[in-house]
Design a protein around this ligand. Structure first.
Ligand code: SF4
Length: 699
């Protein structure tokens, strides 16, 4: 659906939403706020295509509900205040908290929506200007399991180890727990080309999604059993002689232990757990094992589990055994979610990381960053709390007394929302930097109104690891400031002006390049000019003479010995499984029309009209037992809370499973049902599996 355009559209930038980061042409710099956009036909990722969210992205620039003045809580109400008063309030709260409870009592929560420059500066601000260990971001809820699996297996974490156009040359693509036809719609052009060239698409999902409907083979699994399915595929690969023994010997370590584990996953055992029979498993593994090129791509459906990292390992094990990673148009990758989900996790917003994907507990890494920042390595905090643990520690009992949130609606996006609501409301002080009021600002003491995507300069890193430029194409409304201005002003108030005195994002980027130099995510050779000239530059890119690295692993993996690592992984139960009291699996996902917590897209008329409410998918057999018809109002309950949805009775979901989207808050918040069970390695919450019961149905 195209909105009216405001020609001429000539400035090249990128969509504010997902990690596909579609190229857009927006305005010509002459209007305050362009009314429309056009897909950039020359950006090689989307080739001119946009989804409905991209087409309508400019709607929010001059939206009547936009916050255009700082707000400070006074007698329980948020009231307009001057920037000086609001920033003084925030700085006072940080100072007071540090003095009374220590620096670690100040928490920071960042976002995968922030530019690389802002993500970098927020991490530096937390560690240098405040000195707290407690900074994490909403990407912990998104990419952390894939990141941990990729790092451990390959020695590097980049969503896709190849450019997106490799998809069209893959003989077989297997998607696991990913629904990109709804979440990254322009990607389907590559599936279409791939299929036209004779390729095959297979999809693993508990729901028959829009993507599953495109598939040549659909495996409708029991929620939480992807790991088992992957081990079962490896069992059959071994049995059918499909293991690439030469590749395994030359390029990997640790297969023997994985082989021993996989041989316990007999197809009958796998069918009992996953619901997928041997003929289908055998067909899929033959496709993967005999293709000239094959890729396995995972999404949040496979990763957002307490065994998310192990599930990623199970599919990487399969890919390695078949000799895929490093071969043309082959290997394992993950489809990153948030706009800067990739860059956001590389540059120091994560509790355990410093810029350039350096590790905060490694002395040499601390030394490098301390040198760039002009501080002593010992002054840098150690590893802090992960996202959910940080929020769960808010309030007097957990020790986080003051929280600073930048670009994240944590009161919708987090699991166990009743608990998180009570934690947020027990903070001494909460600051939220955002463009609109939302469920999180409802708890805030200060709201700072900041630029939107089209009003700021900076860089983003898309799902391919391609670093691209976000351009300023609109004048921000009066009263609104940039994220970088906010951090600079606060640093000055806290006595650290010298380390945050950047005039423009380009200046931050220059320091950021030095900070990343020599790290895994090395941006040292990337400049704004190169990005413009080359349609983005792929990291690692260690020097300006280096061409960038569109394809990883062609010669070696990134462990010191150059080899990839197998990890033996076993099936285990989820944080909670359905039982007599809570008999249904509950799982969540996205609508094409909405993005993450919906704080932005629910304000866009076209999108809100298309998807005004969250709808619960329920199988006809389950609906019949509970006298539920299409449109019935259904109340679900888990051990943590309740949520209400209108029903969609459909055979596209398994009879034992219920599905709802997570874009809404309040009584319609799917995440009120979800528990705070965490993966032991990535600290990813188990968003994709909870046990629920139906406690009410009307209409
Ligand atoms: Fe492209 Fe994602 Fe934006 Fe849609 S939301 S236009 S797929 S970047």
């Amino acid at each position: 659906t195209a909105l009216p355009l405001a020609p001429p559209l000539s400035i090249r930038t990128h969509c504010p939403y997902c990690a596909y980061q579609c190229g857009m042409l927006v305005g010509d710099g002459s209007s305050d706020a362009p009314a429309g956009v056009q897909g950039d036909p020359h950006f090689p990722v989307n080739n001119g295509q946009l989804c409905i969210k991209g087409w309508t992205a400019t709607t929010l620039l001059r939206h009547p509900e936009r916050v255009t003045t700082p707000l400070v809580k006074h007698r329980g109400e948020l009231r307009s205040a001057s920037w000086d008063a609001a920033l003084d309030d925030v700085a006072d709260a940080i100072r007071r908290t540090k003095a009374e409870y220590g620096a670690d009592a100040v928490g920071f929560f960042g976002s995968g929506a922030l530019t690389n420059e802002t993500a970098y500066l927020l991490g530096k601000f937390a560690r240098v200007a405040v000195g707290t260990a407690n900074i994490d971001y909403n990407g912990r809820y998104c990419m952390s399991s894939a990141a941990a699996g990729g790092n451990r297996a390959f020695g590097i974490d980049r969503g896709l180890p190849f450019p997106i156009d490799d998809l069209e040359r893959a003989d077989v693509i297997l998607l696991v727990g990913a629904n990109p036809a709804d979440t990254l719609p322009p990607i389907t052009q590559w599936f279409e080309r791939q299929k036209k060239a004779g390729g095959r698409l297979a999809v693993i999902d508990p729901r028959k999604t829009a993507t599953a409907k495109l598939a040549d083979l659909f495996l409708q699994t029991t929620p939480g059993t992807d790991l088992t399915l992957a081990n079962g595929l490896l069992y059959l690969a071994i049995e059918e002689g499909l293991v690439n023994e030469e590749y395994v010997a030359a390029r990997t370590n640790g297969f023997d232990a994985v082989r021993r584990v996989a041989l316990q996953y007999h197809p009958a055992h796998v069918e009992r757990l996953t619901g997928v029979g041997e003929p289908t498993l055998r067909k899929l593994v033959r496709w993967l094992g005999t293709a000239r090129s094959a890729m396995i791509l995972s999404g949040r459906g496979a990763e957002q589990h307490t065994k998310g990292v192990d599930t990623v390992h199970a599919f990487i094990n399969l890919a390695l055994a078949l000799g895929l990673p490093g071969k043309p148009s082959s290997g394992w990758g993950c489809l990153t979610g948030q706009g800067n989900g990739q860059g956001g996790r590389e540059h120091g917003q994560k509790a355990d990381q410093l810029p350039g994907y350096r590790l905060i507990e490694v002395e040499a890494h601390r030394q490098h960053i301390a040198d760039v920042w002009g501080v002593e390595p010992d002054s840098l905090p150690r590893k802090g709390k992960s996202a959910f643990e940080l929020l769960d520690a808010c309030g007097p009992s957990g020790g986080i007394r003051s929280l600073f949130v930048m670009g994240s609606n944590v009161a919708v996006a987090s699991p166990d929302l009743n608990r998180i609501d009570s934690r947020l409301s027990s903070l001494d002080h909460l600051t939220v930097c955002d463009s609109f009021l939302n469920d999180t600002t409802a708890h805030a003491h200060v709201v700072l109104p900041v630029y939107q995507w089209a009003e700021e300069e900076g860089t983003m890193t898309n799902l391919e690891g391609r670093v691209i430029r976000r351009r300023r194409v609109a004048r921000p409304p009066t009263g609104v400031r940039g994220d970088l201005d906010v951090l600079r002003e606060l640093a000055e108030r806290l006595g650290h002006k010298d380390k945050f005195d950047f005039a423009a994002p380009a200046d931050v980027f220059e320091e950021f390049r030095r900070a990343t130099a020599g790290g895994t995510a090395d941006y040292a050779g990337i400049t704004y000019e190169r990005i413009d000239r080359e349609d983005g530059v792929f990291w690692p890119c260690p020097s300006e003479e280096h061409p960038g690295t569109p394809r990883l692993f062609t010669e070696r993996f990134h462990h010191t010995d150059g080899r990839a690592k197998f990890f033996p992984v076993e099936h285990r139960a989820a944080g909670e499984e359905p039982d007599a009291g809570y008999p249904f699996f509950f799982t969540t996902g996205r609508y094409r029309e909405h993005y993450n917590s919906g704080a932005q897209t629910r304000l866009v008329g076209v999108l809100a009209k298309a998807k005004p409410r969250p709808v619960l998918q329920i199988h006809p057999a389950a609906a019949g037992r509970h006298r539920i018809g299409a449109g019935s109002k259904v109340t679900l309950e888990s051990r943590r809370g309740r949520a209400e949805f209108a029903a969609d009775v459909t055979p596209e979901i398994r009879p034992d499973t219920l599905f709802a989207p997570f874009h809404w808050g309040g009584r319609e918040a799917a995440n009120r049902l979800v528990g705070g069970f965490l993966d032991p390695v990535s600290r990813m919450p188990e968003f994709k599996l909870a046990a629920v019961r139906i406690v009410g149905a009307a209409g």
